[in-house]
Design a protein around this ligand. Structure first.
Ligand code: GTQ
Ligand code: FE2
Length: 369
């Protein structure tokens, strides 16, 4: 049956539409794309390490860090997101540059953050006063509402990847921010943070926590705040030895519950040996893939992206993703999957291996190739 609703030549209908607009109302029947067949709001996108590193270094030379919670951070701004400094609709991704002798002052906020160290050594992030050493490959958590500050007492810069749930929290209009005190924090570096002293032995959690977690907020997050590269590397090697098919993935988890490290963020490290190819899979929710080590290629909805260490690739919700490693490779994945699961929206699908579209490599969007 043909309705009249799509024939707008009737002046009475035109009048209705302008009166609706005047009254800040919109008819659903004129909305296009509001309810797509499948998620479609984002395209895949890749940032090259060379670009990120060069621009972070230039920022380090030219722009200082002020008091009041300032940080020297370059946010991934996906071109599909209308100029917002967001990598996806839910995820913030960035590179942070902290020069020798610099410090990023204390502050806290409701968005949760994590960091994966890419370059440099000897930086300390204080989380609620607990000094956490940062070395390449380490994952460090700064959960929502925890006080944090970054100190680089050495002479060389450190560069790390920041992942936050800021776009999600902002859209929920749940952002709180507080700068810390102006006085410098005093800390004495220790080989193990208090968090690691209490929670880093796999399979064992304290019956009574000798340092009860401070009542910083209603968040639910892992009390283990650092996951060392040596542990991740060993776990992946053993999984690959045990399975014998050239690939393994570990999820960083809360040792007390087995859940994701933070309520909104999932973190995983994916290892693929040279020559390994993954099947094409789709899942609901967006992801940021950070190449920690190696080189290879990822096909996303028919577009091929070649990558090497330090490159960062965004994969949209429900895109078909398949990886191929050219060298032994480790890919860090940050995703919003815990939110998708909590909301009852999780689904996955396996796809046949994709042909790369004609000119796929050239069409694939990258910043600074
Ligand atoms: O290091 O505390 O990339 O507060 C964005 C917001 C890093 C940080 C970011 C932050 C931080
Ligand atoms: Fe922060």
């Amino acid at each position: 049956m043909v309705t009249r609703r799509f024939h707008d030549s009737d002046p009475a209908v035109d009048g209705l539409y302008s009166d609706l607009a005047e009254a800040d109302l919109q008819p659903l029947w004129r909305q296009e794309g509001l309810l797509p067949r499948t998620p479609n709001r984002l395209t895949p996108f890749l940032w090259r390490w060379k670009t990120l590193r060069d621009l972070a270094g230039r920022s380090g030379e030219l722009v200082g860090i002020d008091r009041g919670g300032d940080r020297r951070v370059l946010a991934l701004a996906h071109p599909d997101l209308g100029g917002l400094p967001f990598a996806t609709h839910t995820l913030w991704g960035a590179v942070q540059f902290l020069g020798g002798g610099e410090l990023a002052p204390a502050h806290r906020h409701s968005p949760a953050a994590l960091r994966l160290v890419l370059e440099g050594t000897g930086v300390w992030t204080l989380v609620n006063g607990d000094p956490i050493a940062m070395e390449p490959g380490d994952l460090v958590l700064t959960p929502g509402q925890t006080w944090h500050e970054h100190h680089n007492p050495g002479t060389e810069p450190m560069v790390w990847f920041d992942g936050l749930d800021l776009p999600l929290v902002r859209n929920l209009d749940a952002v709180f921010f507080e700068p810390g005190p102006d006085e410098l924090s005093d800390y004495s570096p220790r080989p193990h943070s208090s968090s690691e002293q209490r929670f880093s032995v796999a399979g064992l959690v304290p019956v009574v926590d000798p340092v009860p977690v401070e009542p910083t907020g209603p968040g639910r997050f892992s009390p283990l705040l650092a996951y060392r590269w040596s542990a991740v590397d060993a776990a992946l090697s053993q999984l690959i030895d045990a399975g014998g098919f050239g690939a393994a993935t570990v999820r960083y988890s809360d040792p007390t519950s087995g859940r994701d490290v933070m309520p909104t963020l999932r973190a995983e490290m994916h290892r693929m040996l040279a020559g390994h190819q993954t099947p094409a899979t789709r899942r609901v929710g967006s992801g940021i893939w950070l190449v920690f080590r190696g080189s290879g290629s990822t096909v996303v909805d028919g577009h091929a992206f070649s990558w090497s260490a330090g490159d960062i690739l965004v994969t949209p919700s429900w895109s078909a993703v398949e990886h191929e490693a050219f060298e032994d490779s480790d890919l860090f994945l940050l995703s919003d999957e815990p939110v998708i699961e909590a909301a009852g929206l999780a689904r996955t699908a396996n796809e046949p291996t994709q042909g790369v579209r004609e000119g796929g490599l050239a069409q694939a969007s990258t910043a600074g190739s």
